[in-house]
Design a protein around this ligand. Structure first.
Ligand SMILES: C[S@@+](CC[C@H](N)C(=O)[O-])C[C@H]1O[C@@H](n2cnc3c(N)ncnc32)[C@H](O)[C@@H]1O
Length: 207
């Protein structure tokens, strides 16, 4: 998926992945992250989950390609952000929130603040298979192997042309097992058009 694909999704408001309410699995399993002070939300879009996390008193660090998404997020938050350029990024800052607008693969561990945990919903499924290998390794390096609450989707592959791509449990294990103990802690099924899609929830604890 190239950047233009996602930017045009946001430009045309074609954002079926956006949930209008906080994710039920986040609310149910957040306590497994053991009260993080700071959480990283990769490929964050304008997810309402960020607002829910901030209401828990958690400082949210996000990264997102689309500036439109982040402007809309701050509008919903009713926060007037300080916006500064930092290398390839625009940094949007407010109380309890820092968002890097740009490509996650351009973020370096040096630029990246210390975080306690990662909340990843629907990032893996946004990326093609070959990119997911780099993504998992990059996330591990960037976050210094912080624990993760990971929500991903799996469906019979031939029924849809992604994104969302189907990501199997076996792939999650292959990508993350070198550095994490992986627990598949929950699952629910939803219909996307006529395709049944499993929402899988994993907790990744550093080895
Ligand atoms: C499937 S959406 C999920 C958004 C959010 N996590 C949610 O739950 O609503 C994927 C998001 O990743 C963003 N994105 C895609 N590739 C990216 C990249 N390389 N760096 C940063 N953001 C990216 C897209 O613009 C899109 O908002």
């Amino acid at each position: 998926m190239n950047k233009q694909f996602w930017l045009s999704k946001w430009a045309t408001n074609d954002i079926g992945f956006h949930e209008g309410v906080a994710n039920a699995m986040l609310m149910k399993h957040f306590n497994q992250l053991c009260q993080p002070s700071t959480i990283f939300v990769p490929l964050c879009g304008k997810t309402v989950d960020i607002i829910w996390l901030m209401k828990q008193g958690v400082h949210v660090i996000g990264v997102e390609l689309s500036e439109t998404a982040i402007q809309q997020l701050f509008h919903t938050l009713k926060i007037h952000p300080a916006v500064t350029p930092i290398e390839q990024f625009k940094h949007y800052k407010g109380p309890l929130i820092d968002i890097f607008v740009g490509d996650i693969f351009d973020l370096t561990p040096k630029q990246f603040p210390r975080i306690d945990a990662v909340y990843d919903r629907a990032s893996m499924v946004a990326l093609p298979k070959e990119t997911r290998i780099h993504y998992a390794a990059h996330l591990h390096r960037l976050t210094n192997n912080a624990k993760q609450l990971l929500i991903s989707f799996e469906y019979p592959e031939k029924t849809l042309n992604g994104p969302p791509f189907s990501v199997t449990e076996s792939e999650i294990n292959t990508l993350y097992d070198p550095h994490y103990h992986i627990t598949h802690c929950d699952k629910s099924t939803m219909m996307v058009n006529t395709t049944p899609m499993d929402q899988n929830v994993f907790i990744l604890n550093p080895k």
